[in-house]
Design a protein. Structure first.
Length: 401
């Protein structure tokens, strides 16, 4: 299996140059198969750390992690552990009735932390609704993510304060937003890049295909980062595509690459490479982070109805956090004191998140009727009155309390 890349480096077009005239050359390369894959039919992918925590060489991508120090590795591990702890606490809070819904990232920490740490401060991120790890990398307070899921706000943070857009619930639409923003970056003459996150299910949406078209034609500096967790709710990837998702980029005229989504180093390296292409004026890239959703799609989903324990257990053995821990231990980059301190920090984060959520006000039940129509509407007024009567019935049942 091969992936397509653009080898040449060309300057970014000026705002006044003709679209689609970049003369980049494309070369074909073959990536190494995942260690231990044997006769698996899985396509080759970029991997720098095996599931056993062994460092493997990659002639093309090693240069992008050459400057990573032992402190950096511990930092990546800390990012993943704290993100998972926050995610677990949010899931528990939803089960306790404190949140209306939660979309867990369990199993996808390496893809999000690796790509998130590849970004510069001036890059702009367009997430979907599961990028809690990327939000962590952008400095968004975890408690702000929960306000929307509790129904007390529409996001809770200033997108321009961290160059991290509000969560997008409409599947795939953020790919168009990212493309438009990236086209504006080019017209402004800036050298920053844009990244759009979405899942394997969203890759089948028309908005994503349209974003691919516009980004290619206008050579937009955007990276499309697809976290292929293999299940679009209950729909497996093979029901959506006859080819690996990264190969879809070829039809639009830009490179795609598949990376081991559970390998934080590989995600860091590949995303840096894609961002450098964007900044150098070489246009978009599709990165497919091949990973696994170890939990449910959301807390309203029951994955046991459509997938077996054997599949889940096989992927738990490839846990991204355990993988990096094994490498840290075998390389003597971290000792038990480090892991113990991180465990204490992790529990403190969980407590802070829990207390912050329980201190949030109850949502305004009638806010859903506001701003539906600019000048009001008789049907909305009727529905509001019916809802008010419904709410009042609970007070009557409690004797007016």
């Amino acid at each position: 299996m091969t992936v397509e890349s653009t080898a040449a480096r060309t300057p970014r077009r000026s705002a006044g140059s003709k679209a689609g005239t970049t003369g980049t050359k494309r070369t074909t390369r073959t990536t190494k198969k995942v260690a231990g894959a044997g006769k698996s039919a899985e396509p080759a992918l970029v991997q720098l750390l095996t599931p056993e925590g062994k460092r493997v060489k990659n002639a093309e991508f090693d240069q992008y992690v050459a400057g990573v120090t032992a402190d950096d590795l511990r930092g990546l591990y800390r990012d993943m552990v704290l993100t998972r702890r926050f995610d677990a606490e949010a899931t528990s809070l939803q089960r306790q009735g404190e949140l209306g819904l939660w979309a867990s990232l369990l199993g996808q920490e390496a893809a999000q932390i690796g790509s998130g740490r590849a970004l510069r401060d001036d890059d702009y991120v367009f997430p979907t609704y599961r990028e809690h790890g990327v939000a962590w990398c952008r400095g968004v307070d975890p408690t702000n993510l929960l306000g929307m899921f509790r129904g007390v706000n529409n996001g809770g943070w200033d997108p321009n304060g961290n160059n991290f857009h509000l969560y997008t619930i409409v599947i795939g639409s953020q790919a168009l937003h990212a493309t438009g923003y990236a086209m504006g970056v080019t017209k402004d003459g800036a050298d920053s890049a844009v990244i759009a996150y979405f899942g394997d299910g969203a890759s089948s949406q028309g908005d994503v295909a349209e974003a691919f078209t516009f980004s290619a034609v206008y050579n937009a500096p955007v990276v499309f980062f697809c976290q292929n967790n293999q299940w679009a709710i209950s729909e497996p990837t093979e029901k959506q595509s006859r080819v690996p998702l990264y190969q879809r980029a070829q039809g639009f005229g830009f490179p795609g690459v598949r990376v081991d989504g559970n390998d934080v180093l590989a995600n860091l390296a590949v995303t840096k490479w894609a961002l450098e292409r964007a900044r150098a004026g070489e246009g978009p890239t599709l990165v497919e982070a091949f990973t696994y959703r170890m939990g449910a799609h959301t807390t309203s989903d029951d994955p046991t109805r459509y997938r077996g324990d054997e599949e889940r257990l096989a992927w738990e053995a490839k846990d991204p956090i355990l993988r990096l821990r094994r490498y840290l231990e075998s390389s003597n980059h971290a000792d038990e004191g480090f892991f113990a301190e991180l465990e204490t920090e992790s529990e403190a984060l969980g407590k802070r998140v829990r207390e912050a959520v329980r201190a949030m006000p109850d949502p305004d039940h009638f806010a859903i009727f506001e701003n539906v129509y600019a000048d009001g509407h008789a049907l909305v007024d009727e529905e509001r009155a019916q809802f008010a009567a419904y709410q009042a019935s609970f007070a009557d049942a409690d004797g007016g309390k």
